[in-house]
Design a binder for this molecule. Structure first.
Ligand SMILES: Nc1ncnc2c1ncn2[C@@H]1O[C@H](COP(=O)(O)OP(=O)(O)OP(=O)(O)O)[C@@H](O)[C@H]1O
Length: 556
């Protein structure tokens, strides 16, 4: 079968309803070939438009956008390009760079598709990409080696069974040039190492390894879907009856544990799934720690997933924390990021003391102490997240952060909420250096589940402006907004939100789900983590007091 015909059939199978396609073109060989193949299909063919995102990650990134525009112009196809500063957003939100690029790219593609009336986004992922993904899942210890799905919402990957070499041969036959992304050749990155070192090594012994891995992924996907349906029948209220689980085959038990984790947004890792499954028959209550601050509890005949009581501490920093000076750190080659250890000491002007004593002095809540990130050279602590910086490694104080200034006002609001026994969350809406609205949670006092700090501040700002459109405003809120408040932001045309602590229970900007990824008509610029330690400490103290009150009641 010819390549265009393979592609046509795959598209008809994946999205028989689609009429108009948005083709994701990076300028690389695979996506240029995809576009040329779509253009080569006999009439009537799909309506085509192209989208390209410039991630602003390489000095020559703008050239790729120009190349894609020229290619589209040559073939009479509309081309939509945009530029996003991926590195800055990744830093602001604490995401890793590749993850940020992917999220922002898919967000842009689906938004553009919606705007131009395309039914689907088509990417040029090949059989080689699929094989690489399966190997990376294996190396990561993922519970399922399913590769990428051929259809994921609006996104179609119709070339998953086509080898990259076939696309490159097609381009050569056409005399079509393309760009090569130099980072694809950088084997210090796992994906490039898998592509250029691991797969060729495997292929030297097993020539069909890519096709085999891609087929394995497709079979795994079908099996996993079957097991997931069985698992869903066993799960209720973020838990399952142990007896019902143990009556099932171990594979179904694993699927149920994996499904519980997946629903909570906890990364599904084979090791954790097995550890929880193995704990099911336990006669005594058991608690197992999981990523993102979650825990699995097996007690009183039930398996339950316990959400973190405080925002989970962020992943190790991609870059140095702002208050540390890289040049000064060179004097401490043994310095490493970790959590605290017994015997850790800090150097203070009047002598030294144990880190344990310092944390008590600084009133860091007991349950937060083991999660704090620490930078230490052996037992000598140079930095403690949000608590301490040794002057020998401290950077000159940065210019005052304007966002932090407004966040302090939001924190004052949160303290007001705490004084009234409300969840301590506060918010202010600011425009042109003036506070237009402020508020804190009053759900308990008003008996109104929607009485969140953000909504109070938004309503006040709209009243102050005499306009429900909060153009040019920024919302500062101490806790990452929930889906309801994110919806209110969109409705109010609020262009920017700055939040403090991550909301691991209801966060709509990455804490639980990232609603930004969806193709809303408007985009909201987001910055998280501003004075997060202070915002988090308020919440921790609130939940601790509530737990103490509850146990006091139980004892009486
Ligand atoms: N900057 C971008 N703009 C639009 N689409 C993109 C962009 N980067 C990647 N894509 C889409 O995602 C697919 C997979 O991208 P990825 O970078 O993982 O693969 P690749 O093998 O390097 O592909 P290509 O050779 O097309 O660049 C691409 O084939 C393309 O369809």
């Amino acid at each position: 079968m010819t390549l265009p015909e393979t592609l046509r059939r795959a598209l008809l199978r994946l999205a028989p309803e689609a009429r108009r396609l948005l083709v994701a073109v990076s300028g690389g060989g695979d996506s240029v070939a995809l576009l040329r193949l779509l253009l080569a299909l006999p009439e009537p063919r799909w309506g085509l438009e192209v989208a390209h995102l410039d991630h602003a990650l390489r000095p020559d990134a703008a050239e790729a956008a120009a190349f894609v525009r020229a290619l589209c112009w040559e073939h009479g196809v509309a081309c939509h390009t945009a530029r996003v500063d991926v590195a800055r957003i990744a830093k602001d939100r604490g995401w890793n760079l590749e993850d940020a690029a992917r999220r922002l790219r898919y967000g842009f593609l689906t938004r553009t598709a919606k705007r131009v009336g395309a039914d689907a986004v088509v990417t040029a992922h090949t059989q080689d990409d699929q094989a690489e993904t399966v190997l990376m899942q294996l190396l990561r210890g993922a519970a399922h080696l399913q590769g990428m799905p051929a259809r994921q919402g609006r996104v179609l990957r119709p070339l998953l069974e086509v080898p990259r070499s076939a696309l490159r041969a097609y381009l050569r036959a056409l005399g079509q040039d393309c760009l090569e992304d130099p980072t694809n050749a950088d084997t210090s990155r796992t994906r490039a190492w898998v592509r250029h070192v691991l797969l060729p090594t495997l292929a030297a012994r097993a020539p069909h390894v890519k096709a085999t891995l891609a087929r394995h992924a497709a079979l795994q996907r079908d099996q996993a879907a079957h097991f997931r349906r069985l698992a869903q029948g066993l799960i209720k209220d973020a838990g399952a009856e142990v007896r019902a689980l143990l009556a099932q085959d171990v594979a179904v038990q694993r699927a149920a544990v994996a499904e519980l984790l997946r629903c909570a947004g906890v990364p599904v890792d084979a090791g954790h799934v097995e550890a929880v499954r193995a704990a099911l028959p336990t006669p005594h209550p058991v608690r197992l720690s999981l990523p993102k601050g979650y825990a699995a509890r097996v007690a009183y005949g039930r398996l339950e997933l316990v959400a973190p009581t405080a925002p989970p501490s962020p992943a190790p920093p991609l870059e140095l924390p702002a208050e540390l000076d890289a040049a000064k750190l060179a004097a401490f080659p043994a310095a490493r990021f970790r959590t605290r250890r017994p015997g850790d000491r800090v150097r203070l002007p009047g002598g030294s003391k144990t880190l344990a004593d310092l944390l008590i002095d600084r009133k860091v809540p007991r349950e937060a102490r083991d999660r704090l990130r620490v930078l230490a050279a052996h037992g000598e602590v140079l930095w403690v997240e949000g608590v301490f910086v040794d002057p020998r490694v401290a950077r000159a104080p940065p210019a005052p952060d304007e966002d932090a200034r407004w966040m302090r006002l939001a924190l004052n609001e949160a303290r007001r909420a705490a004084e009234r026994g409300e969840l301590p969350v506060g918010a202010v809406v600011v425009r042109g250096g003036a506070v237009l609205g402020r508020g804190h949670n009053t759900t308990r006092e008003s008996g109104d589940p929607s009485a969140h700090a953000e909504l109070h501040a938004i309503r006040q700002a709209a009243a102050a402006l005499g306009d429900w459109r909060l153009a040019g405003c920024t919302l500062f809120v101490t806790l990452e907004p929930c889906p309801m408040c994110f919806g209110a932001l969109l409705s109010a045309h609020l262009p920017r939100v700055v939040y403090g602590a991550t909301n691991a229970r209801e966060g709509a900007l990455g804490g639980v789900a990232d609603l930004q990824q969806h193709p809303w008509k408007r985009t909201v610029a987001v910055r998280g983590g501003v004075l997060a330690a202070e915002a988090g400490a308020l919440l921790t103290a609130f939940f601790r007091a509530r737990r103490q009150a509850a146990s006091g009641r139980g004892a009486r």
